[in-house]
Design a protein. Structure first.
Length: 135
């Protein structure tokens, strides 16, 4: 019994469990919400970290619309999303299309986002976004 207890005590701690798929599913909603907010000119400040860095088509953006290829009025359709969660960070990559409400214009875009879970609230916020418009 003493040998068994000693053997167990000498084991290195587990590297951690695989991420919970439900967490990845919840995190995947944030980029889609941010795109929808941009496309409808709705405020989305609660989705973004206060010091978020946003780059769209190579230019820094501080206000809406934040993501490349998205106008102020229209509708956004997310084509594909991939999310990886590791601890307090998540990486999301997505492809999307923006459809103008009053013009016959469709724009394609892609984005990579880094998200952070805030320790005090356990809320996820977008910390960095890099997006580009399809050419």
């Amino acid at each position: 019994l003493l040998m068994l207890a000693t053997a167990c005590a000498g084991q290195p701690p587990a590297k951690g469990l695989p991420p919970d798929p439900a967490v990845a599913d919840r995190v995947a909603l944030l980029p889609a919400d941010a795109l929808e907010a941009d496309g409808t000119s709705r405020q989305a400040d609660t989705l973004w970290a206060a010091d978020a860095e946003i780059i769209a088509d190579g230019h820094r953006r501080t206000g809406s619309p934040r993501l490349a290829g998205v106008g102020e009025r229209g509708r956004v359709v997310v084509g594909s999303t991939r999310v990886d969660v590791v601890g307090e960070f998540a990486w999301a990559s997505l492809r999307y299309q923006w459809f103008s409400a009053d013009e016959n214009l469709i724009t394609e875009g892609q984005a990579t986002l880094i998200l952070l879970r805030e320790p005090a609230t356990s809320s996820w916020r977008i910390l960095h976004a890099h997006s580009s418009q399809g050419r």
